[in-house]
Design a protein. Sequence first.
Length: 87
Amino acid sequence: MKTWIAILFTFGLLVSCIVISGVIRFNITFYMALGTSVWVAIDSKKIQIMRYKSGVAHSPVVLFIACALLWVIGFPWYLTVRHKILT
């Protein structure tokens, strides 16, 4: 996924969670960030991202922590690097 698309996708997820949270009156943003961080960890192990020279070439645990703590930056960055690796 190109960088600008990854940023838009991340922004869209965040806005969707905020809207849904307002409708159901329960904040689900934390759970969305946690779930996507788990997906990043699992997916990074599956595609063996540590074999590639990139800014996110770390263990799944490190990527999970980075995405969980800095989701707005880490998630689109991972999506961008993942796209480059798969293509």
